[in-house]
Write a protein that binds this ligand. Structure first.
Ligand SMILES: Cc1ncc(COP(=O)(O)O)c(C=O)c1O
Length: 296
């Protein structure tokens, strides 16, 4: 049988077996048993570099790409991501523990979750996680108390629902007002949360976060979200005098799950969003923030 090229990292070898980066998957199955997950390290590194280069090229490196480890979290992946210079988005004590076991730099960890437990928040403080993304007022109060007990200030970002419909499947759409994640903008809930953090003794507000959904193939909703979030940062500045240094724009960039999916090349997203961020900040007379993005 002749070899067949399927994609850059996948082909069918002369034995008719699927091969990942030239490694015969039948041989892998014999060695490790099934079911077996096989990842192409080369493909993952290429993607990391693509994101890093785009951030550097279009936003002058004034940002951080954090791999959303809910996509796949193990020590080897954490190390790989660390070697490529990315940050890490975690969403549970398990992921946080794995990151720590891989010696991932804790200041580059972003801790998410809309129902974090006392144990998880305590662990985040103990490990010195760089950014805890708070989702609700109960969590903020709890974090303030836990940080006070440790005599420290917790570095907080607030997850905001920018009220954007990202034209993706309803199950993976998270930016709209009735999403269970974060503070709504339209209702004044988000501004109240900002005021709560600014008034708390043991919380430091680094900035805002939004994640409008997954498998988004259109650049426009991302640009819209960035603009809405920056306008809100402008409002915060006018209302409270606080100039927030960071904006986390989440993940959600569409990938090719099935043949018909046609993802936008990632650099085009970064190019457009960077332009929107710079133009909006200039219009608002506001310094451009440090940007985070979280591809999964
Ligand atoms: C907060 C947050 N950031 C990033 C991601 C990653 O999204 P994706 O895998 O679609 O890029 C998710 C996915 O659910 C998320 O909830």
């Amino acid at each position: 049988m002749t070899a067949m090229f399927l994609s850059e990292h996948l082909d069918v070898n002369p034995l008719g077996h699927l091969a990942v980066d030239g490694v015969d998957t039948l041989a892998l199955a014999e060695e490790y048993g099934t079911p077996l997950y096989v990842m192409s390290e080369a493909a993952i590194r290429e993607n990391c570099r693509l994101y890093q280069r785009s951030m550097e090229r279009f936003y002058g490196g004034q940002g951080m790409v954090a791999y959303a480890s809910k996509a796949f979290c193990c020590k080897a992946i954490c190390r790989l991501v660390m070697e490529e210079g990315l940050g890490l988005d975690v969403v549970s004590a398990g992921e946080l523990y794995t990151a720590r076991a891989a010696d991932f730099p804790m200041e580059k960890v972003v801790f998410h979750g809309n129902n974090k437990t006392v144990e998880e928040l305590s662990l985040a403080l103990e490990y010195g996680v760089g950014r805890i993304v708070a989702d609700n007022l109960t969590e903020l109060r709890l974090l303030d108390t836990l940080a006070a007990a440790r005599g420290m200030k917790a570095s907080v970002m607030l997850r905001v629902k920018p009220g954007i419909d990202a034209h993706t499947h309803s199950f993976i759409r998270t930016g709209q007002i009735d999403s269970k994640f974060g503070f709504a903008l339209e209702t004044g809930e988000a501004l109240a949360a900002v005021q709560a953090v600014l008034g708390a003794n043991n919380l430091q507000l680094l900035g805002l976060h939004c994640h409008i959904g997954s498998q988004i193939f259109d650049i426009e909703p991302f640009c819209h979200a960035a603009k809405v979030m920056l306008e809100f940062m402008g409002l915060i500045c006018r209302e409270t005098g606080a100039v927030l240094p960071e904006l986390n724009l989440g993940g959600g960039f569409g990938i090719q799950y099935i043949q018909e999916n046609d993802p936008v090349p990632y650099h085009r997203y970064m190019e457009k969003v960077s332009k929107v961020v710079k133009e909006t900040c200039e219009k608002l007379g506001f310094p451009t923030p440090f940007i985070l993005i979280e591809p999964g």
